[in-house]
Design a protein around this ligand. Structure first.
Ligand SMILES: Nc1ncnc2c1ncn2[C@@H]1O[C@H](COP(=O)(O)OP(=O)(O)OP(=O)(O)O)[C@@H](O)[C@H]1O
Ligand SMILES: [Mg+2]
Length: 378
């Protein structure tokens, strides 16, 4: 039987819980042409939220199409333009003939080469002349709008890992200015830009001097609250003829600090270890399994930390909050208070901690458990 929990990828609706308010906000933005900037730490559910909201919308509204662009593997400006062209052409026709027609109609200036692909994950191969894309970049940036107008549709362009545009050229501001200059005139396209490097995303959208300042509705995704996890976990167990008590569900969620990815992972392990009814012993075994599975990764992360960074994390695990106080600095050998800001910044850059407003927490609740076990902190 297939496990009723899923993690590590964009999830389908079967594994998706709550997010009702978030889906409504996103859907309203999509329908009303309001651009969205969606930000959260890693693995809190951005991609799944956008995907499921978009799918719900296009199932009901045939005049709406969604272009998904993932910048995770995109290395430079030329590739970015190629990606916009490929994904926009792909989503606005359904067959190879349609893709060829669209390419000829909208991209002939770019001396395109289009062909069938050998890669099952790629619909077709499309290559544009690099010289032409740099010369006529405006036409590429306007491609979604040009196609939307021609086909009388509303396009929603969703760009994942958007913060990567910072890496595309020596002067990222120039590219951002180009993009904003074109996109602000689009009447038939709505943008949803999302990414997990919170400080990079905030720098792009929240500084007045930046081209994307006030580009749209900035939306900070939160974790999923315990009250929403409980019915979901119960339902997934029951549907597969197993059971779990509210008490155990609550322990799982608390231990994993409501972190979507980890709650799903631990639930899956508990489910796999359970024949009929989950018990406290099964939960303990499953936590050990979780630690085993992540051990190599955590060991690597741990080895990359400096002594002061480890001391700071130990202080966090002991529940300290006044990190700059003399006692805490002395007790955890952290030198002067000037060090603290540097340590926090370094740990944030390494994605070990998340700074959410004034609150600082472990990015990874299982890594916190790993450190606790090393240092025997209960
Ligand atoms: N609404 C949800 N209900 C239940 N589980 C969820 C939900 N959203 C996300 N998850 C869990 O979190 C995992 C990560 O989700 P997703 O990949 O969408 O996050 P992300 O924020 O895009 O991550 P990344 O920053 O790595 O791109 C999913 O595989 C799933 O296990
Ligand atoms: Mg994602």
């Amino acid at each position: 039987m297939k496990a009723p929990f899923d993690y590590g990828k964009v999830i389908t609706i079967d594994f998706f819980t709550n997010r009702t308010k978030e889906m409504k906000r996103l859907e309203d933005n999509f329908i009303n042409g309001v651009n969205t900037i969606l930000i959260s730490p890693r693995r809190w559910g951005k991609s799944s939220l956008v995907k499921n909201t978009a799918e719900k919308l296009i199932a009901r509204n045939k005049k709406c199409k969604v272009v998904f662009i993932d910048l995770f593997n995109v290395l430079d400006e030329e590739e970015f333009y190629n990606e916009i062209a490929y994904e926009t052409i792909k989503c606005t026709a359904t067959k190879f003939e349609g893709w060829v027609d669209n390419t000829i109609k909208f991209l002939s200036k770019f001396k395109p080469s289009i062909g069938l692909s050998n890669d099952p994950l790629v619909a077709f191969d499309l290559q544009l002349s690099m010289a032409e894309t740099s010369r006529n970049f405006k036409d590429i940036l306007d491609l979604p709008e040009r196609i939307a107008v021609e086909k009388k549709i509303h396009l929603i362009v969703c760009i994942d890992e958007f913060q990567n545009i910072e890496k595309f050229s020596a002067d990222p501001l120039v590219l951002q200015k180009k993009m904003r200059a074109q996109w602000q005139h689009h009447q038939h396209v709505t943008y949803c830009l999302y990414g997990s490097k919170r400080h990079l995303m905030m720098a792009l959208f929240e500084k007045q001097s930046m081209p994307f300042f006030k580009f749209g509705d900035t939306f900070y995704l939160e974790k999923i609250k315990e009250a929403h996890w409980l019915p979901y976990i119960q339902k997934q167990f029951l549907q597969t003829h197993k059971s779990i008590s509210d008490e155990l569900c609550s322990q799982i969620v608390k231990l994993m600090q409501e972190h979507p990815y980890y709650v799903q992972q631990l639930c899956q392990l508990v489910w796999l270890n359970t024949t009929k009814k989950a018990t406290a012993e099964i939960l303990a075994i499953s936590i050990a399994d979780l630690m085993d599975r992540n051990n190599a990764l955590f060991q690597r992360d741990f080895e990359m930390l400096t002594a002061t960074q480890v001391n700071y994390l130990k202080a966090m695990l002991h529940g300290e909050t006044a990190f700059s106080s003399k006692e805490v600095l002395q007790r955890y050998h952290m030198g002067t208070s000037a060090n603290i800001q540097r340590v926090v910044k370094a740990l944030e850059d390494k994605e070990i901690i998340n700074k959410l407003g004034k609150k600082i927490e472990f990015a990874d609740p299982a890594f916190a458990l790993f450190l606790k076990s090393i240092y025997h902190i209960s």
